[in-house]
Design a protein around this ligand. Structure first.
Ligand code: SF4
Ligand code: SF4
Length: 387
């Protein structure tokens, strides 16, 4: 697993302490959104559609640090918007390192080179740049709707690695992604020297401009990740719970843990999770005690949760499983040792996939046919692809 021993130890002792205290709703990673502004406008983004006066706002630094103290999670992820546009990003990172929090600073890397050249940060085991990379050059530039972005990000990753920073990638995969290309992308990222990679299916944000591209069927998501992550190369390192990856591959079933990655932003604590906005409260205690958690997750029947398999809901479930029993611990150890997942049938499907057309032009053709919206159902989509 692509996580240093010290971080694993911190998380393990934290989780065991929560379990000894019989605390059910404990957070693992605080999702701290200091702003919604971004220097990109990706079609699958569910965060940048706010009106201009909201996009201009920055979370006050003292509020951000108070939220970190209130929450107590050992890891803090800083998504956005683009956190490198946050005017207090340096002070925020310094404050988090002082608190010994493991930070994942999520960035599209457009400003990372400037930050590195300007010595905004110092390498630390607590600080990781988690760079948004959605695939090989053509796929990434298409997904983020701007040409040249892959090259800029790849150069910044190389620089950050050379300067001794921890760097990971985070990749959101959408319907129609080419598993063979994503596997080549894994090779490229490992060659760049990243510590590990994170993958997740995208969440079908109702506000995102491109609604056609989300992986909506769980079985399709499982089929895709089984092809992608079976017959794994030894050199690929994932910065994620191995049991979460097995969940994506359809090898195990979990229920969501929405309180595992609580979200704080300029509106307050977001109910219930990073993906759904069912209101805001002022304190972390109100979020935990005042949310009817039975209304969320697949078993609740909540339509917003039925197809969700996103890491912010399910990775905490996988981590809890690891520490909940000897069975979970043994499954994790096994997944770390026998990590290639040989599967000839999945390999065959991967070969068949290589014969199909993929790439942005196919995606565009699927989005609009003669000016009409594309076929929506899986069966219709398969017919369009086969034609
Ligand atoms: S880089 Fe991230 S925050 Fe910015 S538009 Fe893309 S998905 Fe949204
Ligand atoms: S299933 Fe997904 S959308 Fe529903 S509460 Fe969990 S993380 Fe949020």
């Amino acid at each position: 697993m692509g996580v240093p021993i010290s971080q694993m130890w911190t998380v393990a002792t934290y989780v065991l302490k929560q379990r000894i205290q019989r605390r059910k709703h404990y957070p693992l990673v605080l999702m701290l959104e200091p702003l919604f502004r971004c220097n990109l406008a990706c079609a699958g983004c569910g965060k940048i559609q706010y009106p201009a006066h909201i996009l201009k706002k920055n979370l006050p630094l003292e509020d951000a640090l108070r939220a970190v103290d209130e929450c107590g999670a050992p890891m803090v992820s800083i998504p956005g918007g683009e956190p490198l546009l946050y005017p207090h990003i340096r002070e925020l990172v310094t404050g988090l390192i002082k608190r010994r929090k493991y930070i994942y600073l999520c960035t599209n890397a457009l400003k990372l080179k400037e930050a590195l050249e300007g010595n905004w940060f110092t390498p630390s085991k607590y600080l990781t740049f988690s760079v948004h990379m959605d695939g090989q050059q053509e796929h990434h530039d298409f997904a983020v709707c701007r040409e040249g972005t892959y090259d800029v990000a790849a150069e910044a990753i190389g620089m950050a690695v050379k300067q001794g920073f921890r760097v990971t990638t985070n990749t959101t995969l959408f319907d129609g992604a080419d598993p063979n290309s994503v596997r080549k992308f894994f090779d490229e990222m490992m060659r760049l020297g990243v510590e590990g990679m994170m993958v997740s299916p995208g969440y079908a944000y109702p506000k995102a401009p491109d609604q056609q591209s989300f992986l909506r069927e769980r079985s399709n998501t499982n089929r895709f990740f089984e092809m992608l992550l079976s017959n794994r190369k030894k050199k690929w390192i994932f910065n994620q719970s191995p049991l979460f990856l097995e969940f994506l591959m359809g090898k195990r079933e979990y229920e969501c843990t929405p309180w595992g990655n609580p979200t704080y932003n300029i509106f307050g604590w977001q109910k219930p999770c990073y993906l759904i906005q069912d209101g805001y409260v002022d304190t972390f205690k109100e979020l935990i005690d005042g949310t009817d958690w039975s209304q969320y997750g697949r078993a609740s029947g909540n339509p917003s949760c039925q197809q969700c398999m996103v890491h912010c809901g399910y990775e905490p479930s996988a981590v809890n499983h690891t520490f909940a029993s000897f069975g979970g611990m043994w499954a994790t150890i096994k997944a770390m040792i026998f990590n290639t997942y040989a599967n000839p049938a999945a390999g065959k499907r991967l070969d068949e996939e290589a014969k199909k057309p993929h790439g942005p032009m196919v995606h565009l053709a699927n989005l609009t046919i003669d000016g009409e919206p594309a076929a929506k159902s899986e069966a219709e989509r398969e017919t369009v692809e086969a034609a």
